[in-house]
Design a protein around this ligand. Structure first.
Ligand SMILES: [Cu+2]
Length: 148
């Protein structure tokens, strides 16, 4: 008998034993409980909901003389904002202020660059509300950055 066949016999024997045990368990008057599958077994491999937040990277697209978002959100700490100026031949930049309008302290300012161009600025931000604008178009290109 080959090793392979012998192992198969062993496996079959184990199955037969399990079947006998199962039928014995079912012999009583109370129905055997269904096999329990742990609902948490699969969830253990899922990423933790509270994974440590690294630096937040945000992208603001400037297109057709507008920013694509009127509100950004970030966790406290290092926040990198990339302005992606997609307007060919049109200059844009990004300035970030403390508070909810441009009367607050200016925290960062990128150069005014004619698109298409991309540039980034990194800030250390605490929990709070910030305001951003394009200095070339401060009436139409503005938004709120919420850090919390
Ligand atoms: Cu602009």
């Amino acid at each position: 008998m080959s090793l392979h066949n012998r192992m198969r016999m062993v496996a079959l024997g184990a199955l037969a034993g399990a079947a006998l045990l199962a039928s014995a368990a079912c012999g009583g008057s109370t129905p055997a409980p269904a096999a329990q599958t742990s609902p948490g077994a699969g969830a253990a491999t899922a990423p933790a909901a509270n994974a440590p937040a690294g630096p937040t990277s945000l992208t603001l697209v400037a297109s057709n003389m507008l920013f694509d978002k009127a509100e950004l959100k970030a966790a406290p700490g290092a926040v990198t904002i990339t302005i992606d100026n997609q307007d060919t031949g049109i200059p844009h930049n990004l300035q970030v202020f403390k508070g909810s309008d441009n009367s607050g302290q200016s925290l960062a300012k990128t150069e005014v660059v004619t698109g298409p161009a991309k540039h980034s600025v990194t800030l250390e931000l605490q929990k709070g509300t910030y305001f951003y604008q394009c200095d070339v178009h401060p009436t139409t290109m503005t938004g709120k950055l919420i850090v919390g």
